[in-house]
Design a protein around this ligand. Structure first.
Ligand SMILES: NC(=O)c1ccc[n+]([C@@H]2O[C@H](COP(=O)([O-])OP(=O)(O)OC[C@H]3O[C@@H](n4cnc5c(N)ncnc54)[C@H](OP(=O)(O)O)[C@@H]3O)[C@@H](O)[C@H]2O)c1
Length: 253
């Protein structure tokens, strides 16, 4: 009962999300906007006209999260936009899954070490840096962090490379560690691990995996957005340190 009273009394909830220009990030912006949240986002591109959502306020900051100065500027600008307002959600969604120019899997033997470092910087270190950068605002909002991991962090994947998969496995482990530490700030930390979701990241070859997906279809970005929204909402007020697999059951094999 108190939970619903609190929500009704709160005039505005705010979420910060990375990687909003397309795919899962864009669907998640739509999900939060439809629920009336204020949304602050970033990506290297501006939001394409067809992805703009009306209604709730949406502030987008063009940022390259692979660049340290750009990340620092994003944290400063987003905190300035917040002012003293609470932050209720941080969604670490932007990610990178590089392939070779022949669409080969980048593995332990054929991938350049600098490419490994680039993947870990964006997929692993940026979520940590942003969680630290927004910790005070999240504390004010008794908010929630959601890290977007991957089914590839849990098993060898036919298309996802080794650097990507290990960076996501590390992000799953970081979610557990952050849940323990951020609980002292009243902040919950969880992860969502998508399976095969129809976005620019997926290769056409992924269709071949459908027979091994119990729900027998690829996922839609909105399927993932729903799980992210749940983990930021009061409905998951007693959920922290967990990872929701949004895979259509692919992980059971
Ligand atoms: N699709 C899947 O099947 C799948 C499966 C498992 C996990 N995931 C994870 O889900 C998340 C979203 O993936 P998606 O499929 O929606 O990918 P996507 O369609 O490729 O979108 C990635 C988003 O991240 C942004 N981004 C990439 N590099 C960036 C950078 N250096 N700085 C700022 N923004 C950057 C992109 O925007 P700009 O290009 O404009 O910067 C874009 O908005 C990722 O973490 C991915 O690993 C996806």
């Amino acid at each position: 009962m108190a939970r619903f009273t609190t929500a009704a009394m709160t005039t505005e909830q705010t979420v910060i999300l990375t990687g909003a220009s397309r795919g899962i990030g864009h669907a998640t912006v739509q999900r939060f906007s439809a629920a009336g949240w204020r949304v602050i986002t970033c990506s290297r591109d501006r939001i394409p006209a067809e992805c703009l959502v009306g209604g709730a306020p949406h502030q987008h900051i063009v940022t390259d999260l692979s660049d340290t100065e750009s990340v620092e500027a994003f944290v400063a600008e987003a905190n300035a936009l917040l002012g003293d307002a609470p932050l209720n959600g941080l969604v670490n969604n932007a990610g990178l899954s590089p392939k070779t120019e022949f669409k080969e899997r980048l593995g332990c033997l054929n991938a350049d070490l600098d490419d490994w470092r680039g993947v870990f910087e964006l997929n692993f270190f940026v979520p940590l840096i942003l969680a630290r950068g927004f910790a005070a605002a999240l504390h004010r909002g008794k908010g929630a962090i959601v890290n977007i991991t991957s089914i590839a962090g849990h098993r060898v994947h036919p298309f996802a490379g080794s650097a990507y998969s290990t960076s996501k496995a590390a992000l799953s482990a970081l979610t557990r560690e952050m849940a323990a530490e951020f609980a002292h700030l009243g902040v919950r930390v969880n992860a969502v691990a998508p399976g095969e979701i129809e976005t620019a990241m997926l290769s056409p070859e992924s269709e071949a995996l459908i027979p091994r997906i119990p729900l027998h279809r690829l996922g839609a970005p909105a399927d993932v957005a729903g799980a992210i929204y749940y983990l930021c909402s009061d409905d998951s007020a007693y959920v922290t340190g967990t990872e929701i697999l949004v895979t259509g059951g692919q992980h059971v094999f």
